[in-house]
Design a protein around this ligand. Structure first.
Ligand code: PMP
Length: 422
């Protein structure tokens, strides 16, 4: 293989703690499912991870015994629900290494978080003639909200290019940044290529230029120990369903002084201090950005998911996934007719590939017959596909519960797919 992935830390993979994968798997009954006659091999973790019993139980327990609306009630259940919800906020704060739980806003997920920043911070700070930068490898959710903002404000959207290995060309960033740059938005880890981007380095350059850095952390949270302060982000967005939690919930972290200065985004209940027809005043953080009833159960599930991750240890998880990725890359590189897409020096968990003469969707469909769940398509990153001149790829992505045997089954199924179409 041409590049060795490394985990995002100083320790070599061989020195990292090992993971008892069989014990992990016992926490995920869904992994025992049969697809046809084959046992499920779930390799679609970059789309959504499965939830362990600890998460399902925490949600069910809360729903069974303590469910109520939050914040407004004086009764016992409402107080317990509020404690659980605010406890989840504190749990997210700790997970992100943030200074203050009021900097954590619960939202539907990464997409909603980025839209909030674009529409609140962006509308307030970006004017005609300004510019902002996104990278070529962004997920659509870190492109389209900014395009909409730039169109509305008459600002320019600049693109930080990547090379053919799938690494950002940082020297180009210095060329793109100028005194009119207001925002730079970059993913910490690419969902299409697995590239781990040097966020701290990018942050230094962005701040030197006087702009703010929005980090799409959707693919980083299951693989990296995140420290939003150390990485130098100004905003950081992630979704629970990528890190063993439920869908429909996620969080935005933002630096407090920025969030405090920002206008509210959606109006409604819970985000106000007082409402009169001649003047409404807004609640302090974080309520200012949480109009309406939030995804209460989801927040409880997210907190349980972060406990789950901590219990096994991020260092052990990312080392385990890196071993799987290395094994898969090495084996696929030995097969003729396989083109891997993305070869950055530092990658996490994602393996995008093409088979000569076979459509990515056909590959996905045939792998499914062997019980192997992968994703085929443009992965909501069409500019990445355009860079490589392809319409789609097949993507296998690894999680905490995947095994070496599953990697071997993937490779064997790829070989059979090639034979089928030969
Ligand atoms: N950014 C990246 C890098 C992603 O992988 C995803 C999910 N595929 C998103 C953003 C969007 O996340 P969500 O759909 O949970 O809002």
């Amino acid at each position: 293989m041409t590049a060795t992935p490394t985990i995002d830390g100083s320790q070599p993979v061989s020195a990292a703690p090992t993971l008892d994968v069989e014990a992990v798997r016992r926490e995920f009954p869904i992994l025992e499912r049969l697809i046809g006659k084959a046992r499920l091999v779930y390799l679609d973790n970059a789309a959504s991870t499965q939830r362990p019993l600890a998460v399902l139980d925490a949600e069910r327990d809360f729903e069974t015994h303590a469910y109520s609306n939050v914040h407004r009630g004086v009764h016992t259940l409402s107080q317990e629900a509020t404690e659980a919800y605010e406890g989840a906020r504190e749990r997210v704060r700790r997970f992100l290494g943030a200074a203050d739980a009021r900097e954590v806003i619960f939202l539907r997920g990464t997409t909603e978080a980025i839209n909030l920043v674009a529409q609140s911070y962006g509308r307030a700070e970006v004017s005609a003639g300004d510019n902002m930068v996104v990278s070529e490898m962004e997920h659509h959710s870190n492109i389209v909200p900014w395009q909409m903002l730039c169109q509305e404000r008459g600002a320019e959207l600049r693109v930080l290019p990547m090379d053919d290995d799938g690494e950002l060309i940082l020297e180009e960033l210095d060329r793109l940044l100028d005194e009119r740059t207001r925002i730079v938005a970059v993913g910490a880890v690419s969902n299409a290529l697995g590239t781990i981007n040097p966020i701290a380095e990018i942050a230094r350059r962005v701040h030197d230029a006087g702009a703010v850095l929005v980090v799409d952390g959707a693919q980083a949270v299951p693989h990296q120990q995140v420290d939003v302060q150390a990485m130098g982000a100004d905003f950081f967005a992630f979704s629970a369903h990528k890190v063993y939690g439920p869908s429909g919930v996620g969080a935005l972290w933002g630096r407090r002084e920025l969030l405090e200065a920002m206008p509210p985004w959606q109006g409604g209940g819970s985000m106000i201090q007082s409402v009169r027809f001649d003047q409404t005043t807004y609640a302090p953080l974080p309520a200012k950005f949480e109009a309406g009833t939030p995804e209460i159960v989801g927040a409880v599930g997210l907190a349980a998911a972060l406990d789950f991750v901590d219990r096994w240890g991020m260092e052990a998880i990312s080392a385990h996934e890196t071993r799987l990725l290395e094994r898969a890359c090495a084996q696929l590189d030995d097969l003729p007719g396989v083109r891997r897409i993305g070869n950055a020096r530092r990658r996490a968990s994602v393996l995008s590939f093409l088979l000569d003469g076979i459509h990515a969707h056909d590959v996905g469909t045939l792998l499914d017959r062997d019980g192997i769940a992968v994703r085929a398509g443009h992965h909501c990153a069409q500019p990445v596909m355009q860079h490589y001149g392809v319409a789609s790829t097949t993507r296998a992505s690894f999680g905490i519960y995947n095994t070496e045997e599953e990697v071997d089954r993937l490779v064997e199924a790829v070989r059979r797919t090639q034979e089928f179409f030969a």
